[in-house]
Design a protein around this ligand. Structure first.
Ligand code: TYD
Ligand code: MG
Length: 456
């Protein structure tokens, strides 16, 4: 067997036959490092001929089989929501997140919930000793749950342990970066070890119908460390987000072969672990400063769930030649666009002003429907006019200045009413939905705020 190249990019997994300063594949500098030869793809185990070689199955004949394998609800509602309604047997989830964000806490809670409903669950830690994991479980009041704990880093041993007896319903591997397989000679944590270990575990999952959750560390710029190829190998990639200054955490899927990717799970970190937050709007609106200018409530949607959040803007005369634009939790390109439209179609001059925009609570909004709320907050801050406290905004702003319809208007209005907002301010309704306080153009928005009432 020819020796495989022995240099690999530690960021994207590209392999080279000599060292180089820059990875051609992902553009990373100083990411290429030497690794011992032997490639996991051509390792000894994959050289063995497979008995199932060449077998084909008719598509229609398989339907009965999939019906027999329904989703397994873990009992943790927010986790199940993001997974697409529960765990699919044999599926592999990669869970990324900053150190200390609560990945291990979440997964021990999910494991305990599933184990309590009678399923075999194994939690394998490569980072903590069994005693430490047990201590945490005790602190969370989960010590009585029949979860099998192990501190192990060798994938062959793990596969042997999991394979003895009935295969587990769920196995948690915390974390994939600490795992190593004998088929690859490099040190643990290197890209070929991570890839080789993931491959062996995924093979086990598919063969035995065990769902596996791999914990993955993230690098400074938020990527799951190690090869991006692991992201392509697994069925679902989820990240656990939040920041140190806030006590709530958001679970979000960026890839899901078995479900939607726009659902989020919301948790609150308490001294008794992660509490599910089934109604996140209340949490995100708590502590709102009603009377000051520059804050608008956005009636948003995250997947199928409406979510009200506060958008804060600060507009101040700039001492700089090129005024500052800073945005947290929203797309800077959309901010530029909203500013341009406000200037062109609403007569709002912000060219000499610094502009700061912040989504309260550390949430990240991706919907264009937030345009109108952002615009309202900006105009409110510029003019020093507080917006009506009983109004919630939604609507996409087009380049012509028109306020365009968005999806699920009914659900947004209902959520706003539930939380005491008498007026949902948005695009003119297409007909049947409960009519919001309609706004057809950004010029109307500017005029209303200037006359002292953002929503009348
Ligand atoms: P952890 O799950 O160890 O994070 P990760 O696995 O993502 O690195 O979470 C550790 C943090 O969570 C730590 O800073 C303390 C906090 N925490 C609580 O606030 N309450 C709790 O009940 C637990 C178990 C942890
Ligand atoms: Mg951990």
């Amino acid at each position: 067997m020819a020796k495989s190249p022995s240099f690999a990019c530690q960021s994207c997994g590209a392999v080279y036959n000599r060292w180089r300063g820059k990875c051609e594949a992902c553009g990373g500098w100083n990411t290429v490092a030497e690794e011992a030869a032997s490639h996991p793809m051509v390792g000894p185990s994959s050289m063995r001929p497979s008995r199932a070689k060449g077998r084909v199955f008719p598509l229609e004949g398989l339907s009965g089989e999939t019906k027999d394998a329904p989703r397994i609800r873990t009992g943790n509602g927010e986790f199940d929501r993001v997974a697409g309604g529960g765990l699919v047997p044999g599926s592999v989830i990669l869970l990324g997140g900053d150190p200390g964000i609560g990945k291990s806490t979440l997964l021990i809670q999910v494991s305990a919930a599933l184990a309590r409903s009678g399923h075999r669950v194994a939690y394998i830690s490569g980072e903590e000793a069994v005693a430490q994991v047990r201590l945490r479980a005790e602190r969370l009041g989960l010590a009585s749950a029949p979860v099998e704990l192990a501190a192990e880093t060798n994938v062959e041993d793990i596969v042997a342990t999991l394979g003895s007896g009935a295969p587990p319903r769920l196995a948690v591997i915390d974390s994939i970066q600490t795992m190593w397989t004998e088929t690859v000679e490099s040190a643990p944590g290197t890209v070929s070890q991570v890839r080789g270990s993931a491959q062996a575990l995924i093979r086990f999952a598919k063969q035995h119908g065990t769902s596996i959750i791999l914990v993955g560390h993230v690098t400074k710029d938020g990527q799951i460390a190690g090869p991006r190829v692991v992201e392509h190998m697994v069925d679902c990639v989820a990240s656990f987000e939040g920041d140190a200054g806030h006590h709530f955490r958001i679970l979000r899927a960026s890839k899901n072969r078995f479900g939607p990717t726009d659902e989020i799970g919301v948790f609150e970190m308490t001294d008794r672990g992660l509490a599910e937050v089934p109604n996140p709007s209340e949490l995100f609106l708590a502590g709102r400063d009603l009377a000051s200018p520059g804050t608008a409530v956005f009636a948003g949607m995250e997947g199928t769930r409406p979510l009200l959040v506060e958008i804060q803007a600060l507009v101040a005369p700039s001492p700089l030649g090129t005024p500052r634009r800073a945005v947290v939790g929203w797309d800077p390109a959309r901010l530029s666009m909203v500013l341009a439209v406000l200037e062109a179609h609403g007569g709002v001059r912000l060219g000499q002003h610094d502009v700061y925009l912040n989504v309260a609570g550390g949430l990240r909004i991706q919907e264009p429907a937030a345009d109108l709320a952002a615009a309202a907050a900006l105009v409110s801050s510029l003019t020093g006019t507080p917006l009506p406290t009983d109004g919630a905004y939604f609507g996409e702003i087009g380049l012509s200045g028109a306020v365009r319809p968005v999806t699920q208007i009914g659900a947004r209005i209902k959520e706003a009413q539930k939380l005491g907002f008498a007026r949902a301010i948005g695009p003119p309704p297409p007909g049947e939905a409960a009519p919001p306080a309609a706004l057809a153009h950004v010029a109307d928005l500017v005029a209303r705020i200037a006359s002292g009432g953002g929503g009348k």
